[in-house]
Ligand binder design. Structure first.
Ligand SMILES: Cc1cc2nc3c(=O)[nH]c(=O)nc-3n(C[C@H](O)[C@H](O)[C@H](O)COP(=O)(O)OP(=O)(O)OC[C@H]3O[C@@H](n4cnc5c(N)ncnc54)[C@H](O)[C@@H]3O)c2cc1C
Length: 157
């Protein structure tokens, strides 16, 4: 969820715009002001996909703004614009099976590809990293591993 403002009023009050909440609806909030200075606050929703669908966008938006106002002051209630992107409702990103929260990927040594594809398909996404999966660091580690594997296979051929 993004709330875009005319001014970064929280900074004027000496606030960072960063917050963690166990209550929500936003559970992790950051100052999302752009490098060119367009002020915004951003947060990840901690509400499940089915609950989000049941509540509807307007109710969620108002709850997010109310939370931002509680944290950073009443000016938070008057954004110039808001944006709520629900990836679970995006049919090009998510299927029905994705609606149940799977949690963050855990480090492990899963064999991601097996059978006839094993010698033909390499996965380089962060989730396949054996350390820091699901994070930017994991993406770098997984990509390096995939490149090394491609080079090694090319050397063998
Ligand atoms: C909102 C958000 C906040 C995050 N915050 C953090 C954070 O603070 N710290 C952190 O460490 N991680 C964070 N992450 C996670 C991190 O961004 C990802 O783990 C990482 O970017 C994954 O990298 P990747 O290379 O595996 O995949 P991606 O970055 O998803 O790259 C895959 C690329 O493949 C492209 N692609 C897809 N299909 C095709 C196709 N058919 N043909 C060609 N190209 C295709 C996509 O456009 C994309 O550019 C965040 C993720 C999100 C969504």
């Amino acid at each position: 969820f993004f709330a875009i403002y005319d001014r970064p009023f929280w900074r004027r009050d000496g606030l960072s715009g960063t917050a963690q909440s166990m209550v929500g609806p936003l559970v992790e909030i950051h100052d999302a002001t752009t490098a060119s200075g367009k002020p915004a606050l951003f947060g990840f929703l901690g509400v499940g996909a089915d609950q989000r669908a049941a509540l509807g966008e307007e109710v969620l938006k108002q709850a997010c703004l109310a939370q931002l106002a509680k944290l950073f002051g009443p000016e938070a209630l008057e954004p110039c614009a808001t944006l709520l992107k629900d990836w679970a409702a995006d049919s090009l990103t998510s299927t029905a099976a994705d609606r149940a929260g799977g949690g963050h990927p855990m480090p492990g040594s899963s064999r991601w590809v097996s059978g006839p594809w094993e010698s033909r398909l390499l996965l380089a996404g962060s989730e396949t990293s054996d350390s820091e999966p699901g994070y930017l660091a994991g993406a770098v580690i997984a990509a390096k591993r995939a490149v090394a594997e491609i080079r090694s296979r090319m050397d063998r051929e």
